[in-house]
Design a protein. Structure first.
Length: 228
């Protein structure tokens, strides 16, 4: 008998236009947090979807890296290299209020890591960021990052259908992170996307959501939309 795999689709949207907005002599009315939201759907056999939850944020550390990347020049005041690019994905279980697994804690723009990262796989050679157990930072031995499935450029209907939308897709397969209560995820930059890479990783964007208990009969599909 073939085991049925349940699919949960998670769509994370950056707040439209605020991440890369520019200004000249623009009067500030307060700090701009480039917040967005995530839509999480459980997909049923008949194609219908049920909404589970939302929350998302692009971080200061990601925006600092982006400034370097655009100018192709390292900023000596930060430890991120201009040669890094978004190529890894991480998961955590620290995205909710303690004791309330269905109440996400909104990300904070000064976050520089997931609140409580989890080990995703011990065997997949395409994964990266391998660590031996070192609680609480690395609670289990294994790989803490998995690669992106795909990156697509999409037309933006709000801006004359110019290609200003980047869609990043990541699949958390049936073999990943089983037994974990997932409630946060992040996109990470690094200087390599090769399996087994163990260099530096820096978080670009973080999302939190109501806890999802990951089991071997559940597959999560993250669609992360970035607007430029």
């Amino acid at each position: 008998m073939t085991k049925k795999i349940e699919t949960i689709e998670i769509n994370a949207f950056e707040n439209y236009g605020e991440c890369l907005g520019d200004s000249l002599n623009k009067k500030k009315t307060g700090r701009i947090d480039p917040k967005g939201y995530v839509e999480i759907y459980e997909q049923f056999d008949d194609g219908t979807k049920k909404l589970i939850g939302k929350k998302n944020l692009v971080l200061y550390i990601g925006r600092e890296w982006l400034a370097e990347r655009i100018m192709n020049r390292n900023n000596s005041y930060i430890d991120i290299s201009k040669d890094e690019f978004i190529c890894w994905f991480g998961l955590g279980d620290g995205g909710v209020i303690p004791g309330d697994p269905f109440n996400p804690t909104p990300p904070v723009i000064t976050d520089n890591e997931l609140a409580s990262r989890i080990m995703i796989t011990t065997t997949d050679s395409s994964a990266a960021d391998y660590h031996t157990a070192l609680p609480p930072m690395y609670p289990e031995e294994g790989y803490y990052k998995i690669p992106l499935d795909s990156v697509d450029f999409e037309p933006d209907p709000e801006n004359d259908d110019t290609f200003l939308i980047i869609k990043v897709t990541v699949t958390v397969g049936s073999e990943y992170a089983n037994g974990k209560q997932l409630s946060e995820a992040g996109l990470f930059t690094a200087e390599s996307d090769l399996g087994g890479y163990s260099g530096f990783f820096h978080i670009f964007s973080r999302v939190t959501f109501p806890s999802i208990v990951k089991t071997s009969d559940r597959r999560l599909i993250f669609n992360w939309f970035l607007y430029v």
